[in-house]
Write a new protein. Structure first.
Length: 550
């Protein structure tokens, strides 16, 4: 633009009246500075905001100076102000563009005061009031248009960057990491603090996570929605619509609903379960987008109290649909991977159990029978040897029972939390019958325990009971199972001899001391949980296990 201005002055040097040389010098200086800035920017990847503000102020000052010496408001170089508006829209957005428009309009009015139009003859030039008014209006119209376009372009770039980043994070992370890497930025993007993610599979298999930004950080805390009635609220809507709902009153909600193609649906039909959802979440507004994979809805994401401007609700929903499109395949793969892993683990346990039962158990049983035959033969002639053989036979018989119990344990599967509680009750009842140790079992029937945690809970209880039977000398045992917000807690308490230490020890302290049951420590560590043991030698001990419900 400065080069074109120099050519115009060279072709018609009388146009700037008596300030042709000054105008020529200003435009030449501006052109040289522009070339210098271009060369300097080639070695930079970004331009800090402070330097951008200085460059923008220099553009406005130059436009004011060059128009002041070329008839002020009537200057043919009025386009330099338009360039400043375009630069503001490109660099920032609508707010900064409007500020630039105000500054340009004020400077043009100041120029009008400095020329002969108002009798203040500080600068020579011509002044036309109608032309001034028209140019001010031109600035406002251009400023609003380019500001809106610039803001829209910036928003689209941010959305594209967010979608690309979230899609990349979704494929790079799995399971718990997927929720943290994707939902954290999504919650920040919509200005929300809480979200719920629903993934649905075949045969009514589903997973519902409650996610919340940690106070004072961008970390995401996740937990399962534990209550079945609460889970049903989020599983009610199986449609492919995206919607944003604001509760205006206790009976009326304002809903914006988009179909799969992103077009608004004009319908009086209520969004499924929205009133129950709002009451459960104790929020005023909810936004929900479907997760689709191969034209099938595999889940939904709910954002509570998102900060969405009233006239941008459709835009926010379309952005959510685009993000969900990128994330859904990764979420589907994670869900299938967990199911396949669980199925493979169950199958492998069953195979090993069959091998043990058909191989090792049968061999030891045969050896026990042969020992019994030999013991009977030598019972009269060598009673001492017969007694020793009886002890060997008892050991073999005990090992057979242990191996058979182990094979039954390895074949355990649980399709629900109620089956887990029934299995624990049966296990504790059999333990009480076989050992004579009184057992008290306390559990909440409504407690939800994740599927991958159920088997480990049973194994921890089995190991704890085995240690009590072998080492504690207890007369009473109490087992408690409870599920709170985001965690499952198991307590095993007895009145036996206790451990070698006195007081409470954390899992880390137990590992340093090499104290406590090794098998239970390892299982708790694999579940990313925490084990605490309280020991009172001569009075008993308590194992307190807490594992995350994720």
């Amino acid at each position: 633009m400065s080069a074109v201005a120099l050519q115009a002055i060279w072709l018609d040097p009388t146009k700037p009246a008596g300030y042709a040389s000054a105008t020529y010098a200003l435009v030449s200086l501006y052109a040289l500075c522009s070339i210098g800035v271009l060369v300097w920017l080639r070695s930079r990847t970004t331009l800090p905001r402070a330097e951008a503000v200085i460059a923008h102020a220099a553009d406005i000052v130059f436009a004011t100076a060059v128009t002041l010496f070329t008839d002020g408001p009537n200057s043919p170089f009025f386009t330099f102000f338009v360039y400043a508006l375009l630069a503001a829209a490109y660099r920032w957005g609508s707010y900064e563009t409007l500020l630039t428009t105000v500054a340009a309009a004020v400077l043009m009015l100041v120029e009008a005061l400095l020329v002969n139009g108002f009798g203040i003859a500080h600068v020579d030039g011509q002044f036309d009031l109608n032309l001034l008014i028209m140019r001010v209006f031109y600035l406002w119209i251009i400023g609003m248009c380019v500001g809106y376009l610039g803001e829209t372009a910036h928003q689209r770039r941010k959305e594209s960057a967010a979608i690309a980043s979230l899609g990349r994070e979704a494929w790079l992370n799995t399971g718990h990491g997927l929720l943290q890497s994707v939902l954290g930025p999504a919650l920040q993007l919509y200005g929300s603090r809480r979200a719920v993610v629903v993934l649905k599979g075949r045969a009514n298999k589903s997973a519902v996570w409650h996610c919340e930004l940690a106070a004072g950080s961008n970390d995401v805390n996740t937990s399962f929605v534990l209550d079945d009635a609460q889970r049903a609220i989020f599983l009610e809507d199986a449609s492919a619509t995206a919607w944003h709902v604001i509760a205006r009153t206790t009976k009326w909600v304002d809903a914006v609903i988009l179909n799969r193609e992103g077009l608004r649906i004009r319908s009086t039909k209520k969004t499924p379960g929205i009133r129950s959802l709002i009451d459960f979440a104790k929020c005023r507004s909810v936004m929900s987008v479907p997760l689709e994979f191969r034209d099938a809805v595999i889940g939904r994401v709910f954002f509570f109290n998102p900060h969405i401007p009233l006239f941008e609700r459709e835009t926010a929903l379309r952005l959510g649909q685009r993000i969900a499109t990128e994330v859904a395949p990764a979420a589907h793969n994670v869900f299938r991977l967990r199911r396949l892993r669980s199925r493979a683990e169950s199958g492998e346990r069953g195979r090993i159990a069959r091998e043990l039962h058909d191989g090792l158990v049968q061999s030891i049983s045969a050896a026990e029978l042969r020992v019994d035959v030999v013991r009977r033969r030598v019972a009269k002639s060598a009673p001492d040897e017969a007694a020793e053989l009886a002890r060997v036979q008892a050991v073999l018989s005990s090992e057979v029972r242990s191996l058979r119990l182990l094979t039954r344990r390895m074949q355990l599967t649980f399709s629900s939390s109620n089956e887990l509680l029934d299995t624990l009750f049966e296990l504790l009842t059999r333990f009480e019958r076989e050992t004579g140790i009184a057992v008290h079992f306390h559990a909440d029937r409504d407690a939800y325990v994740p599927s991958h945690t159920r088997y480990e809970i049973v194994r921890i209880v089995q190991e704890g009971l085995t240690n009590i039977r072998k080492h504690s000398g207890a007369k009473h045992v109490t087992v408690r199972l409870a599920a709170g917000t985001g965690s499952v807690r198991l307590i095993i308490e007895d009145d036996g001899q206790g451990f070698a230490f006195t007081g409470q020890r954390s899992q880390r302290e137990l590992e340093v001391m090499s104290a406590g049951p090794l098998v239970i420590r390892e299982r708790v560590r694999l579940l990313r949980g925490e084990l605490r043991i309280v020991s009172m030698p001569g009075k008993g001990a308590r194992l307190d296990v807490t594992v995350p419900a994720t």
